[in-house]
Design a protein around this ligand. Structure first.
Ligand SMILES: [Zn+2]
Length: 320
């Protein structure tokens, strides 16, 4: 039997880059993770990306057939560039696909990180066996990917699936994407932490004041834990975020009628604190037929989904 070619992969985000080699069974080998310096200059981001990939190549005995990049941000698939990435502004317009192909002397592909994760969850994770699936990642930001009829749907240019920029309040705050009141402003980990800190600073009493004093910062996980132990401020902030997330997901159910919605990312690690209110919102407020059909479940592949999905995309695109 012919051996499936190995793919060199990287998942590039605003804070971390994860690289490795994906073998025929979809496993990530020679895994390397390092800071990405996403808020820095292009040369620093590229240096971190190259260093991670060079490390992987030095450790791997075999030479890969292609290099595949999953990147945060809105991707122009035809040009192979990121057109807008709020957490990694310096890469906007940089020809990342071409740079990788030249540096490693092999064909390169590139796609959005959440689209890549959707592909991996559909083929190998929580979405196995489903035909129409939506993937959401609720983390620093909120991203998504769309599987229609067993295929990744990326839209005319490659930017489809930006569920974090579903507008849930037209009178809400302006967002970097040009819209107003985007879901990401209400339900991302960043938004949850920011709202808790704002309330603390306005003088509202909370057990989170001690956490802030001890750590110098508050995370969405801190807010979730305090909410679970009955802290009123934390409960108000977390419940409001889950109402916003539920609102966004009601629209997804009504628009796509998916069999399955798979939710990953740091905030989804809170488990039933996220899933219970979201499922309830869909049951109460979405169209009845798609609401009774859809299953809303946790992602299965963790932080490797984007990197593994990039390799699956490379195999499809390049016929490997
Ligand atoms: Zn937006």
């Amino acid at each position: 039997m012919k051996e499936v070619p190995k793919i060199l992969v990287a998942d590039l985000g605003g804070t971390k880059v994860l690289a490795g080699i994906v073998s025929g069974d979809g496993k990530l080998q020679h895994r390397r993770k390092r800071e990405s310096a996403g808020d820095g200059e292009l040369k620093d981001i590229l240096a971190n990306l190259y260093a991670a990939l060079d490390d992987v190549l030095a450790a791997a005995a075999s030479s890969p057939a292609a290099v595949a990049l999953a990147s945060a941000g809105a991707i122009d698939l035809k040009k192979g560039v990121v057109t807008h990435s709020p957490n990694m502004m310096a890469v906007n317009g940089a020809p990342l696909r071409e740079l990788l192909s030249q540096r490693y002397g092999i064909p390169a592909v590139m796609l959005n990180d959440a689209s890549a994760a959707a592909l991996a969850e559909h083929h190998l994770g929580a979405g196995r066996g489903s035909r129409d699936m939506i993937f959401l990642t609720v983390s620093t930001g909120i991203g998504g990917g769309i599987i229609v009829d067993n295929k990744l749907y990326q839209g005319a240019d490659g930017t489809a699936g930006e569920f974090g920029h579903t507008i849930i309040d037209l009178n809400g705050p302006a967002d970097t994407c040009g819209g107003y009141g985007c879901l990401e402003q209400y339900a991302s980990g960043t938004a949850i932490a920011r709202k808790a800190v704002n309330l603390l600073n306005s003088g509202v009493a909370s057990s989170l004041a001690d956490v802030l004093a001890r750590q110098g910062r508050i995370t969405a996980a801190d807010v979730a834990a305090a909410a679970l132990s009955g802290d009123p401020l934390a409960k108000e902030v977390f419940d409001a975020a889950m109402r916003a997330l539920g609102t966004g997901i009601i629209s997804i159910v009504n628009v796509f009628n998916p069999e399955l919605i798979v939710i990953g990312g740091g905030v989804s690690q809170t488990g039933e604190q996220l899933f219970a209110p979201v499922r309830r919102a869909v049951a109460e407020h979405a169209y009845k037929l798609p609401a009774s059909r859809v299953k809303i479940v946790p992602a299965a592949l963790g932080d490797e989904a984007g990197a593994v999905g990039a390799a699956l995309f490379a195999r499809e695109e390049l016929g490997l």
